[in-house]
Design a protein around this ligand. Sequence first.
Ligand code: GUN
Length: 314
Amino acid sequence: MATIIDGKAYAAKLREQVGAEVAELKTKHKITPGLAVVLVGADPASEIYVNSKGKMCREAGMESFDFRMPDTTTEAELLAKIKALNEDKKVNGILVQLPLPKHINESAVINAIDPLKDVDGFHVINAGKLATGQQGLVPCTPFGCLLLIKSVLGDDLSGKNAVIIGRSNIVGKPMANLLLNANCTVTITHSRTKNLAELCARAHIVVAAVGKPEMVKGEWIKNGAVVIDVGINRITLSDGSKKLVGDVAFAEAAERAKAITPVPGGVGPMTIACLLSNTVKAACLQHNIQPQVFYPPYSSDCFTISPNSSSKPK
Ligand code: GUN
């Protein structure tokens, strides 16, 4: 039976570590990192995410600035808001919650964010830096997945076969680049891929980010693989009750995997912890300070650095 990867516990440790770094930035450099979150419209799921981001930010000792804009907001109005946030010294990180209303061009909005404040890592400059192995801000969810993978397999992922299911700009593509930078042999699969089961059967690492409930079957999983489930799908059971499930048939996969993330409580909590970490990193980059948490090569050892230790970033 697989070890169940406790993303909630890892995320709590990460947030603690980020909090320690924030405290140091305040005392040594008189900087309080600030994160601005912009929500356009009133999507209930997005509201929950945004509230939670603000709360965790404050808990880590950072400033949180929330901007709620009506769904009638024009692209020009949103771009003007981003320009103001780009120029605001108290704001080190800017996150525009996606999806945006249909009449707004998402790429135009993302690429209007100062790349140094792009804590989502979605700007083409940050995506390009990741793709070419340069320092930049890395998307939070795949970053969290990488840390969970390293928490099981250690820092050296060289030569591992990794199969990523899903090719989104938010998860699949940056995940592929992170694993490629870690010397894995990476296969990106998607809705048109043939023989997905065969490809999975050779994978030491499977990352499922496709948004299809329990699509990845247990029999596809290689014995001893690490399975990371990014999916969050709400399904209705035969008795009418609702349940959250991932993209992986958890119970079946757990019989073969070495380790697997649950849904909920796996990848989800890591995303916000990595967002906080990115905000601290952004503040450091803007002030020419060497960040500590998660400095490349993103060692999973960051979990073991005590808040007051003098450990150098790895
Ligand atoms: N919507 C769903 N996931 C994300 C994310 O990681 N960042 C932003 N900005 N919006 C999202």
